[in-house]
Write a protein that binds this ligand. Structure first.
Ligand SMILES: Cc1cc2nc3c(=O)[nH]c(=O)nc-3n(C[C@H](O)[C@H](O)[C@H](O)COP(=O)(O)OP(=O)(O)OC[C@H]3O[C@@H](n4cnc5c(N)ncnc54)[C@H](O)[C@@H]3O)c2cc1C
Length: 461
């Protein structure tokens, strides 16, 4: 394991480096979406696998939570006692010839590597991640733990790219899991909710570097409704954002092209105006204004639509998939069976349009292919993802609860890292392999050192 210096968590505690496991400082932690907070936690920064295994094998039973970038809106990452700062486990895992199997396109990375660093690490080997979500601030372990996904009818979420991992169980055992060693654990480790062990190293199945031709367009809702299946099935990657109260939709479709294709990038100025000035600075300012002057919401929607409709350009894949999101918000996202997604969206649309106050953030719709990952929302079924948002300073509770009742009618499965109210009983009925996942948890964390209030709710005590 190499230990290049990495940035601390993008949000969260002001982590104080700790030279040893004992005698650590206490501090306060908050997540990006400001839905979760923890006081008086002890941040520990293990320097290597041995220190981590010693900590978990110390027999004290003290609750331990791996910290990542704090970008989950749910309480999944909220520490109660010991919080692990894993920044030492970052970057390529070892020298190039150990970390990279170029012939198979496989790369071993420290589990705390931030997604934004990965394109740079893969570039010398002509490799890229197959698919990504719409930001890159998360760590790879945090993204895997919650089933983070992008869009694409033929593509699963990020966990489907995991082919091997090293983790430390709740009692300090170091486990290697891959297709040859304990392969039966892979479907559970891929989306482990941080409940099965601390990942220290992950092996990703990558693909040859590719570029994306992105087309971002403003369309009418009626147009999107009429061409729903074509929108999601024809391009490699498709999504749309709809602004409540308007008939406008911004569609984003990406076509995969070979890595040596001619690039037609946005100008630096155009990229800055679209991604930073309009989508973040102006949009954020207007969201603040709309708190006091609700009638400005349609203006906000127009600005946001203009910022998101970036035209057509061709750039390296990671630059197209991810964009900066600096305006803080709260989010609930559910996966519903693909066949039910258009109807479910129609009901969410009516809910948002009829909401007593204007909704300033869009509804986002994406798709993903079925996978065989036990606790992935796409487990065993093609899915459509529908996400509702509100600005961080606007009340989200009643709106999200009303949306959740609609998702429930379609057997919706919540994103583990976003706001939802389901418990183990409900989730057990939604996931055929839920019982098996609980059995793996019993094996890997019998004393529940990784439990926190969220995990007790969604997995049981
Ligand atoms: C602005 C924004 C945009 C987003 N966009 C998307 C999107 O496009 N698609 C999508 O699916 N989601 C999206 N999300 C949600 C986000 O991807 C997930 O919540 C993700 O888990 C956050 O990663 P993180 O590194 O911040 O993890 P955290 O939220 O910090 O942690 C998540 C879980 O991982 C555990 N964990 C961390 N490190 C380890 C480890 N080494 N071993 C075991 N467990 C570990 C934590 O303890 C916690 O349980 C977005 C969130 C935000 C705030």
């Amino acid at each position: 394991m190499t230990h290049p210096p990495g940035p601390g968590p993008a949000t969260g505690p002001t982590t104080v480096p700790t030279p040893a496991i004992a005698g650590t400082p206490t501090t306060t932690w908050r997540n990006w979406g400001r839905t979760e907070r923890a006081e008086g936690i002890t941040v520990v920064r293990p320097r290597d696998l041995e220190e981590l295994a010693a900590l978990l094998g110390d027999g004290t039973g003290r609750p331990v939570r791996p910290l990542a970038s704090g970008h989950s809106f749910s309480g999944i990452g909220t520490p109660e006692d010991i919080a692990l700062d894993l920044t030492a486990f970052s970057g390529l895992s070892g020298p190039d010839d150990v970390a990279v199997d170029a012939s198979r396109g496989r790369v071993r990375l420290g589990a705390a590597t931030p997604l934004w660093q990965i394109p740079r690490l893969l570039a010398p080997f002509g490799l890229a991640m197959r698919n990504l979500g719409d930001i890159d601030r998360q760590t790879i372990a945090g993204a895997l733990a919650t089933g983070t996904h992008g869009t694409g009818a033929a593509f699963g979420g990020l966990p489907t790219q995991l082919v091997g991992a090293t983790l430390v169980s709740g009692d300090g055992q170091v486990l290697t899991v891959d297709e040859d060693t304990e392969p039966e654990l892979l479907p559970f480790i891929r989306v482990g909710l941080g409940a099965l062990g601390v990942l220290t190293e992950v092996t990703l199945q990558c693909v040859p570097a590719f570029v994306l031709r992105a087309e971002e367009a403003m369309r009418s809702l009626a147009d999107v409704d009429a061409g729903w299946d074509a929108l999601f099935d024809e391009p490699d990657h498709a999504e749309f954002h709809w602004f409540p109260g308007s008939g406008r939709v911004v569609t984003k479709t990406n076509t995969r092209l070979p890595g040596d294709s001619l690039l037609v990038p946005r100008s630096r100025l155009g990229r800055w105006v679209g991604e930073e000035l309009l989508a973040n600075t102006v949009f954020g300012g207007l969201c603040e204004v709309s708190r006091h002057v609700p009638w400005t919401v349609p203006t906000i929607n127009r600005i946001a639509t203009a910022a998101m409709g970036r035209g057509t350009f061709t750039e390296p894949s990671a630059r197209v998939f991810a964009a900066p999101r600096r305006v803080r918000f709260r989010e609930m996202e559910y996966a519903v069976p693909r066949a039910a997604m258009q109807e479910a969206f129609g009901r969410i649309r009516r809910l948002a349009d009829a909401w007593p106050e204007p909704i300033e953030f869009p509804v986002e719709v994406r798709v993903a292919a079925a996978d065989d990952v036990a606790l992935s929302p796409g487990s065993g079924q093609d899915i459509g993802y529908i996400a509702v948002h509100r600005h961080v300073r606007r009340p989200h509770e009643r709106y999200f609860a009303a949306a959740e009742r609609i998702f429930a009618d379609y057997g919706g499965r919540p994103h583990w890292g976003k706001v939802h109210g389901l418990d183990a009983d409900r989730l057990g009925a939604l996931y055929p392999r839920f019982g098996e996942a609980l059995a793996v948890r019993d094996r890997l964390d019998p004393e529940r050192r990784f439990a926190n209030p969220y995990l007790r709710r969604v997995l049981g005590p």
